[in-house]
Write a protein that binds this ligand. Structure first.
Ligand code: CMX
Length: 467
């Protein structure tokens, strides 16, 4: 009886063609009352498709914003020209994931233990469905990911064959591309899948990829810094804790940090380089592996994700030059010297934010709780007091406040993850959840291939003539 009503619910809710496998899956899980992640998502899709259709029909010709010459030349800052459902960034308040701030997520999303840091699996549910999951739903995602986590041997062999010294981000992108041969979306597309169902194999690929990323990251880490001695996954651990454990770090604080880290780096609306690159490539109906690999090569840039590596190197440079406990005056001189050397102060500034990044603040709160006396935390805190005034004094930096990357490295250092060239990989593993969740929605909403207009200088001059 319950199986029958569940089948009816599934069919009615999505009003989309369902595969025999889906129906069997529902029947197999039978008496469980909670809908699966896919069912919960399917229930949302039809309504959202209708909302977007109505938005386009009723307001399609209305104006969201104007584009100035400065914006067109200046990296398209602030041009509202993309649909991105999973998160929204406010310049003053920072990021909200499906409407929730980071402190709200810390309060509402289930943790591994009561009062602990949120489990990223819960955020994945939220990003995909828009609903805060129950602990049972979070556990179901942990299990779902565990069941998909086996890494093909050819990807392990690929990682083992790369020349020593290949940057970990390059390895990550190559491993993701190595998985592409297993893309269910690419196979389904080849087989002629109807476009109304694209989101289903895209969801499959996305979950497969998210599930496998912790082991990929751990292999990259152990190959580069632990003589290739690999650590098997622990089926008793959640997704983020397993990542930390496979890297070789099982201390309670390290596991909690990894859960927090993997939660807060997932998504930062759609315009940042890694998100936009994934979105753009996915819009060509390149499968999630191809799209995400593009995002990761973007994340590898020093002005974006690689900034977490750069921050650590810069802080190490500080301590080498002026000691572990420099005075504020010494720090000021060092910051000015960095700027006069024509370099950026990594970890400060943002293209959209105009206040301290809440992702920085929550890491600072974590440090105050777990490592209040760590000298490097003191140094990071001193930089928080010194750098913004100096960047403001340059007269050109629009946001002098610290971003997410200014803090993450110091926390990792404390727990023994000292190899800064690996840090962006941890960022990338987390980012998969945000950009792939949006990728599922992009296909569910039938978003078209992206193709903005470019102009030559002459064409711009023509357009502004007489204005
Ligand atoms: N140090 C020195 N100069 C900075 C600066 C910083 N932290 N932040 C901005 N500026 C400079 C810019 O280089 C630019 O200089 P020019 O006019 O000479 O080219 C000027 O200030 C204006 O830039 P802006 O409009 O304030 O910032 P942008 O939107 O152009 O750039 C960002 C944003 C993040 C690339 C920039 O602040 C920066 O380079 N920060 C350091 C690197 C960093 O921390 N990146 C991580 C960002 C978060 C992430 O994506 O992960």
């Amino acid at each position: 009886m319950q199986i029958t009503s569940k089948l009816r619910l599934t069919l009615r809710s999505a009003a989309l063609p369902r595969s025999v496998e889906d129906l069997l899956d529902v029947a197999r899980r039978g008496l469980s009352s909670a809908p699966s992640l896919k069912e919960a998502l399917a229930e949302k899709i039809l309504a959202e498709q209708e909302r977007v259709k109505a938005l386009k029909k009723e307001h399609g010709s209305k104006i969201l914003g104007q584009v100035t010459v400065e914006q067109a030349i200046g990296g398209m800052r602030g041009i509202p020209c993309m649909l991105w459902e999973t998160s929204l960034l406010d310049a003053d308040e920072g990021i909200r994931f499906r409407g929730y701030t980071i402190p709200e997520l810390q309060e509402k999303l289930p943790g591994a233990a009561p009062g602990g840091e949120p489990l990223p699996e819960g955020l994945l549910w939220l990003l995909l469905t828009g609903e805060v999951p129950t602990p049972a739903q979070v556990s179901s995602v942990t299990e779902e990911l565990r069941s998909r986590s086996a890494l093909p041997n050819h990807v392990k062999a690929l990682l083992g064959s790369l020349p020593a010294g290949t940057h970990p981000m390059t390895q990550l992108a190559q491993a993701v591309l190595g998985l592409q041969s297993g893309s269910k979306f690419a196979a389904a597309y080849d087989a002629g899948l109807h476009k109304s169902r694209y989101w289903e194999p895209v969801l499959e690929d996305s979950l497969d990829l998210i599930a496998k990323l912790p082991e990929i990251a751990a292999i990259i880490y152990r190959n580069a810094y632990a003589g290739g001695e690999l650590i098997a996954p622990d089926p008793a651990l959640d997704w983020a804790a397993n990542l930390s454990a496979m890297m070789g770090f099982r201390e309670h604080g390290a596991l909690e940090l990894m859960r927090l880290y993997q939660t807060i780096h997932t998504d930062h609306e759609g315009g940042n380089v890694s998100a936009h690159a994934t979105h753009l490539v996915g819009s060509a109906l390149s499968d999630p592996y191809l799209a995400f690999a593009a995002g990761m090569t973007g994340l590898a840039g020093p002005l974006h994700g690689l900034a977490n590596q750069e921050v650590l190197r810069w802080i190490q440079h500080v301590t080498r030059e002026i000691g572990e406990s420099p005075s504020k005056e010494q720090l000021r001189e060092f910051v000015w010297a960095t700027l006069k050397g024509g370099k950026v102060v990594p970890g400060f500034g943002h293209a959209v934010l105009r206040r301290t990044d809440p992702r920085y603040t929550c890491q600072r709160v974590f440090a105050q709780k777990h490592l209040p006396d760590y000298p490097m935390f003191k140094l990071v805190s001193d930089l928080y007091e010194v750098v913004p005034d100096i960047l403001t004094a340059t007269g050109k930096v629009k946001n002098p406040w610290p971003n997410v990357d200014a803090h993450s490295g110091v926390l990792l250092q404390y727990y023994g993850i000292t190899q800064e060239s690996f840090y962006t990989v941890l960022f990338g593993v987390s980012r998969a959840m945000g950009v792939l969740a949006q990728g599922v929605w992009s296909r569910a909403l039938g978003l078209p291939i992206e193709r903005p207009k470019s102009l030559t200088v002459d064409a711009m001059l023509d357009r502004v003539k007489g204005q």
